[in-house]
Design a protein around this ligand. Structure first.
Ligand code: PGA
Length: 260
């Protein structure tokens, strides 16, 4: 499908790394290294504690700030939680929802992922909705069925006029933080399947405009091959987003693919 209808997005997921005091020098270094691509949207999804510093350090840059999760609730007696409105008030643009680490260690379900995506959209931000199979599911041949189920559950409550602001990240669990990347063909096959599901359920126009990212040990070495695939519009990057030079190399791969 033609990539010109959608945004290329490279989003870093810092997870629980770096310190708030380290954000400024990181941002300065990244701004210095950033390739001059106009078409690629660059995002850094930071821990909540880092967001104000990151925001300040990225002022007047083309890099957006993202968060890694949010509460299902609007406000009230939910000790320790952070709401969508709080993130919006800090000028956050993107929020990751349903990352496999939240599903695995924090009881996130397909249905809470859907509700969280709605909360993000209602507050004017974009969710990066993560889906992906385990190694066991892949070995049993259940990848497409499982990803189909996760995608439909996450999108079921999102109306068409909001759906175009969603980003989907295909992240096979076995490839996250393991150094084992899905081959470009494996990643393309699943991203194409996700786009087909959206086309069948919500129409061709929405399907061709939604950015679908690949995540799982993406690095400067494999980014070009993955990003050259017709249905892979960008990446969700963990480990390689922690060093400005490594992250910039991945952004550079987008510039190469788009011929900038
Ligand atoms: P990784 O993480 O790039 O370190 O594999 C990706 C992710 O968890 O989003």
């Amino acid at each position: 499908m033609n990539k010109k209808y959608r945004k290329a997005i490279i989003a870093g997921n810092w997870k629980m790394n770096l310190l708030p005091s380290e954000v400024k020098s990181f941002a300065e270094e990244l701004r210095h290294l950033l390739p001059k691509t106009k078409t690629c949207e660059v995002v850094l999804c930071a821990p909540y504690t880092h967001i104000p510093n990151l925001r300040r350090s990225l002022k007047d840059s083309r890099i957006y700030v993202g968060a890694q999760d949010l509460s299902l609730h609007d406000k009230g007696a939910f000790t320790g939680e952070i709401s969508a409105a709080m993130l919006d008030d800090l000028s956050v643009h993107y929020v990751i929802v349903g990352h496999s680490e939240r599903r695995q260690y924090h009881g996130e379900t397909d249905f809470s992922v859907g509700d969280k995506a709605v909360a993000v959209l209602e507050n004017g931000m974009s969710p990066i909705i993560c889906v992906g199979e385990s190694l066991e599911q892949r070995e049993r041949g259940l990848t497409m069925e499982y990803v189909r189920y996760q995608t439909l559950a996450a999108l079921s409550k999102i109306p068409d006029d909001k759906l175009r602001h969603c980003v989907i990240a295909y992240e096979p669990i076995w490839a996250i933080g393991t150094g084992k990347t899905a081959s470009a063909q494996q990643a393309q096959e699943v991203c194409e399947c996700i786009r087909r599901i959206i086309r069948e359920r919500r129409g061709a126009r929405l399907a061709r405009s939604i950015s679908i990212l690949y995540g799982g040990s993406m690095s400067g070495k494999n980014a070009l091959e993955l990003l050259s695939m017709p249905d892979i519009d960008g990446g969700l990057i963990g480990g390689a987003s922690l060093k400005p030079a490594d992250f910039a190399q991945i952004i550079d791969a987008v510039a190469q693919v788009t011929g900038e």
